[in-house]
Write a protein that binds this ligand. Sequence first.
Ligand code: SF4
Length: 74
Amino acid sequence: MDPKNLTKEYSNGEVTIVWKSGLCEHAAECVRHNPEVFKPREKPWIHAENSTTEKIIETVKKCPSGALTFYLNS
Ligand code: SF4
């Protein structure tokens, strides 16, 4: 797998954030909107458990590059 083109998933139990590293432009819209979840200095950098499902969905929709998507857990 190309290490520069990873797909990672992070869930809070209700919703799963899908992040594609190859598409991320590091525009930090996600960090601005939801700093409790998106912590670029940490590894892993996404902490889905720190936010409500509603806010996660709102934040994912603000990602300008399409690097972030989500699905609801069944
Ligand atoms: S908003 Fe999207 S493109 Fe910007 S840093 Fe977050 S994941 Fe990357």
